[in-house]
Design a protein around this ligand. Structure first.
Ligand code: NAD
Ligand code: 3PG
Length: 389
């Protein structure tokens, strides 16, 4: 029986991928084998030694102590692209809300007083305060052309906007998906100088934290709109508010309200709704549940943010999953221990990523506890598991 701890609400259709006869799932459970999480902050929690895998039912893993988990041999999965359409749709909605002053106009309409004739009169007198502008011909700068950024860029092209992208580490797959008339910015400043709207779709890292500060905002044309549906911390909120107050920025739309942003007349701050659609929640939960199950039951790894992909079809016999440092002679030492125990290797695969390597070994008989302990004791081995036949 595998034990799964959930730190946030995870869609039921995902949890149903983990059959009840093999999985016990609860928000509080002793010695879990794996943790399923959305945005709960795991940096300050004690992660039990029993944990072998963490599944982030979403994209960003900045709430998970990934480096520490790597040192412990714990695989961290996410659900790349599973919520990208949901975020794209919210970004488009926010662009339209900013361009047409929808939040301010709606607030105005909600506060109208008097009988219907008085309201009608106030509407016709007041609507001139909310005159907006249209999107075709305006330029959208997209920073980060991954699963979300590419979808936003292509949708903006379909709305008649000019689109410029900036992503120094774009993958070949994403470059293929991008509409061919999306222009490439030479640098972040090049993109900022040419954009009426700028939207950010990068992970929060030491490199992206505060990538938009007061100096960078000055590079933007007057009247630009910034959109942050990526993470709090990528833009310097104080600098954004100062630029809004000075009239340099037209509006700021984001998914991360705080005391400074909420209530500001030129800020549309939503309550982290980017991935909050039924479709996205289901997609993310299904993806990570399948990945966790494949790892716990068969040692296979897909969509990990810290471990290599490794997939070895299960045929017969017993499987060992070994996580070790990516240094010479690990496989040699492991096979020597197996040979000494008289075990025959039926199939084997080794994959590495950075400092970490994973070895899957299928053997014809169960591996004795003493041999497992011997392998675990090899310098550089982080974890050893024997999986059921
Ligand atoms: N608001 C929400 O609910 C919500 C939902 C999903 C994702 N997100 C956030 O959006 C981020 C992006 O999600 P995604 O699914 O597109 O991820 P992704 O990994 O598919 O794409 C991220 C892209 O950013 C690029 N990048 C990294 N550093 C960069 C830099 N300094 N400059 C320019 N580009 C850079 C990468 O090369 C990659 O192409 C997530 O990490 C998460 O923080 C928020
Ligand atoms: O990185 C993500 O996928 C989003 O921020 C979604 O977070 P959520 O799962 O808490 O909605």
């Amino acid at each position: 029986m595998f034990k799964i701890q959930t730190l946030n609400n995870i869609s039921v259709v995902g949890l149903e991928r983990l059959p009840r006869e093999r999985y016990e799932i609860a928000s509080e459970i002793a010695n879990p084998d794996a943790i399923l999480v959305r945005s709960a902050n795991m940096h300050d929690m004690e992660i039990p030694a029993s944990v072998k895998a963490i599944g982030r039912a979403g994209a960003g893993t900045n709430n998970v102590p990934v480096a520490e988990m790597t040192r412990r041999g714990v695989v961290v999965f996410n659900a790349p692209g599973a919520n990208a359409n949901a975020v794209k749709e919210l970004v488009l909605a926010a662009m339209l809300m900013a361009a047409r002053n929808i939040a301010q106009a709606w607030r105005f309409a909600c506060e109208l007083q008097g009988d219907d004739a008085a309201i009608h009169e106030a509407v016709e007198a007041g609507k001139k305060r909310f005159v907006g502008f249209e999107l075709p011909g305006r330029t959208l700068g997209v920073v980060g052309l991954g699963a979300i950024g590419v979808r936003v860029a292509n949708a903006a092209r379909a709305l008649g906007m000019q689109v410029i992208g900036y992503d120094p580490t774009i993958t070949v797959q994403r470059a293929w998906q991008l509409a061919s008339d999306v222009k490439q910015a030479l640098s972040l400043d090049d993109l900022l100088a040419r954009s009426d709207f700028v939207t950010f779709h990068v992970p929060l890292t030491d490199q992206t934290r505060n990538m938009i500060n007061a100096e960078r905002i000055r590079v933007l044309p007057k009247g630009a709109v910034l959109l942050n549906f990526s993470r709090q911390g990528i833009l310097d909120d104080e600098a954004v508010i100062a630029a809004l107050d000075a009239g340099h920025l037209y509006a700021y739309c984001c998914d991360f309200p705080n005391n400074r942003l909420k209530g500001h007349p030129r800020v549309i701050a939503l309550p982290h709704l980017g991935a909050s659609t039924k479709e996205a929640e289901d997609n993310c939960a299904i993806m990570v549940a399948d990945q966790i199950r494949d790892y716990l039951e068969d040692g296979n790894i897909t969509n990990s943010v810290n471990f290599p992909d490794i997939i070895l079809a299960r045929t017969e016999g017993y499987r060992l999953t070994i996580v070790n440092s990516n240094v010479p002679n690990m496989v040699g030492q492991i096979s020597t221990d197996l040979a000494a125990a008289g075990l025959n290797i039926v199939d084997m695969l080794n994959r590495s990523r950075g400092d970490i390597a994973v070895t899957l070994i299928d053997v014809d008989q169960p591996c004795p506890e003493a041999t497992l302990a011997q392998i675990q004791a090899i310098d550089g081995v982080l974890s050893v598991r024997q999986l059921d036949a």
